[in-house]
Design a protein around this ligand. Structure first.
Ligand code: GTP
Ligand code: MG
Length: 206
């Protein structure tokens, strides 16, 4: 498979409130998932830039909304992770307000990429979040991260467990849970293919 080359990838804006968001216009793809699941690493891998989004072994690294402009064509929106045990109730309420503000109000949001760790069964929190996005009518693409951490033979089994748990009613039109690794870049081209095939990213294309 030929590699998708990204010519330009830049952090356009960092925001906590809607008035700080960049001007709506480009289609946006939000990256969501539990703290430490690999959201920032996912953006770096998709962009083909190692240090674009800051990553960390300690959960709770990303605490703001970061908008990354990719080739002037789309934006990846890195949202702070949920389920980080050490945050106070106050911070948790702030998080909720920040995420909700973005997910409810953003007209240019065309897809939510929902990351789940391939090694674990989705948590109650994951399921609640998935239901919530569906409730707001968002298109979801599930991605199972850290696929390098399990054996090939465990891969299909784990994907099937995750699928039954997170989307017992189905994943929606032709969608699959895609395994992904920021370490080996497995799944990168498959993900780009999903994005390239989206009508919202190819206005006018058949
Ligand atoms: P928060 O910003 O805290 O919500 O975390 P995040 O979801 O942005 O996770 P981040 O990308 O910072 O990655 C968390 C840790 O997991 C880091 O130590 C990464 O190096 C590691 N990691 C991320 N993706 C992968 C992967 O595909 N394979 C392996 N082996 N490690 C990964
Ligand atoms: Mg992060």
């Amino acid at each position: 498979m030929t590699e998708t080359i990204i010519k330009s990838a830049v952090l356009e804006t960092t925001a906590v409130r809607p008035e700080q968001y960049p001007t709506a216009g480009l289609p946006e793809i939000a990256i969501i998932g539990k703290s430490n699941v690999g959201k920032s690493s996912f953006i770096n891998t998709m962009a083909g830039r190692k240090g674009l989004a800051r990553t960390s072994g300690a959960p709770g690294k990303t605490r703001v909304i970061n908008f990354y402009n990719i080739d002037g064509r789309l934006r990846f929106v890195d949202l702070p992770g949920y389920g980080y045990a050490k945050v106070s109730r106050d911070e948790s309420a702030k998080w909720q307000k920040m995420i909700e503000g973005y997910l409810r109000g953003r007209k240019t949001l065309v897809l939510v990429i929902f990351l789940l760790d391939i090694r674990h069964e989705p948590s109650a929190n994951d399921k609640m979040m998935a239901d919530w996005f569906l409730h707001y009518g968002h298109n979801i693409q599930y991605v199972a991260t850290k696929s390098d951490k399990i054996t090939r033979s465990a891969l299909q089994k784990n994907l099937s467990i995750i699928r039954k748990s997170i989307a017992p009613e189905g994943l929606g039109r032709g969608r699959e849970i895609l395994p992904f690794s920021s370490l080996t870049r497995a799944g990168r081209e498959e993900l780009w293919e999903v994005l390239q095939n989206m009508e919202a990213l190819n206005p006018g294309a058949e």
